[in-house]
Unconditional design. Structure first.
Length: 352
């Protein structure tokens, strides 16, 4: 059963006092410098939305934002999403979050997963939660911390991610259409956050499903991370956090280099001349960008992507199937999308 430590006995005054004590224990300069730089330049009229589950990390984040930026309180709101997977415990978490928001005097927005099923996958639950969050917040704050960095890195290594994927979660992630995700707690370990919350007198919700082994992240958290840290005989979490920073630097540098080359000069056409003689990593990124601009290409498998990348690298004119709607056509000068036509329907597919 999920243990929810109720805040009903705490007055608003007591809650704000807890926030002040927590801010003294975790001063602003302990937060991620990239996030602090973003805040310094952010328009004052932006609404700040906090993804608030009621757990230790999101509670610490909400209290720290409230305490460290008092001038932003009127534009601070808490977003709580009820996955409806734990029955009464899920409802208790939502009620706790509502009380905290009321105690801080900030806006509270709740949502729930209407299509929830007991056997829902981790990925489906995340999509539902993020859909809700993106609907209500342009600037969204998340409570990810250093332990989350190591967990995410190990999970993504298992599926063969590149530098861009291994650089997640990023402290400042600017999405299309102006959405921004901020993670100021990345320099802190989970133990540091919990210790500070306890010292400040805070209480929070504990999700009983976290120690279980149903979800991949839970298995990594409970079984892999402790063994990995013990085997390393050093601060492996800090090491993973540093690797994440270095990978992000490399990823940003490669993206900037690709921007300078400008291989996507015409809509739907990838010019090959700017990429000749350049590292394969740039060709890979250019291909990813080109595919992202082809809505009719559909989902491209890893094998199909690698086959198309190899064809580009070889420079041989060819066509590769991109599903039912068309082909990727490579000539000596460019890569372009060819819609399926009468001739195309009889063409042998060279990649699946």
């Amino acid at each position: 059963m999920a243990k929810s430590i109720s805040a009903s006995s705490k007055s608003a005054k007591a809650l704000t006092a807890i926030a002040a004590r927590l801010a003294a224990l975790i001063p602003r300069d302990r937060l991620d410098p990239a996030v602090l730089a973003w805040v310094a330049s952010a328009p004052p009229q932006r609404v700040w939305s906090v993804a608030f589950s009621g757990g230790a990390d999101s509670l610490a984040l909400l209290l720290l934002l409230w305490a460290h930026w008092p001038q932003r309180r009127r534009r601070l709101q808490a977003l709580h999403f009820n996955h409806r997977l734990r029955g009464a415990d899920s409802r208790a978490d939502a009620a706790f979050c509502r009380r905290v928001a009321r105690g801080l005097g900030i806006t509270f927005i709740a949502g729930s997963w209407r299509a929830a099923k007991p056997d829902a996958s981790e990925a489906a639950a995340r999509v539902a939660r993020m859909t809700f969050i993106e609907r209500h917040g342009g600037t969204v704050w998340f409570g990810h911390q250093q332990d989350d960095v190591a967990e995410t890195m190990l999970m993504r290594l298992a599926r063969g991610s590149g530098a861009g994927g291994l650089a997640a979660p990023r402290p400042v992630h600017v999405h299309p259409l102006g959405r921004v995700h901020l993670r100021p707690l990345l320099p802190l370990k989970k133990t540091e956050i919990v210790r500070a919350l306890c010292a400040a007198g805070a209480t929070w919700c504990e999700d009983a499903s976290n120690p279980g082994d149903r979800y991949f992240r839970n298995r990594v958290r409970s079984a892999v991370i402790p063994a990995w840290v013990e085997a390393a005989q050093r601060d492996a979490l800090a090491g993973a956090a540093r690797s994440r920073v270095l990978l992000e630097e490399d990823d940003v540098a490669l993206e900037a280099w690709l921007d300078e080359l400008q291989p996507l000069r015409s809509p739907g056409v990838l010019a090959l001349a700017p990429l000749q003689g350049k590292p394969r990593a740039l060709l890979r990124r250019a291909l990813h960008r080109w595919l992202a601009g082809q809505p009719r290409a559909g989902e491209v498998s890893r094998a199909a992507f690698d086959a198309l990348l190899n064809a580009l690298a070889s420079g041989r004119p060819t066509r590769h199937s991109l599903g039912r709607h068309g082909f990727a056509v490579i000539d000596r000068a460019s890569l372009r999308f060819q819609p399926m036509g009468k001739a195309g329907r009889n063409f042998h597919r060279s990649a699946n």
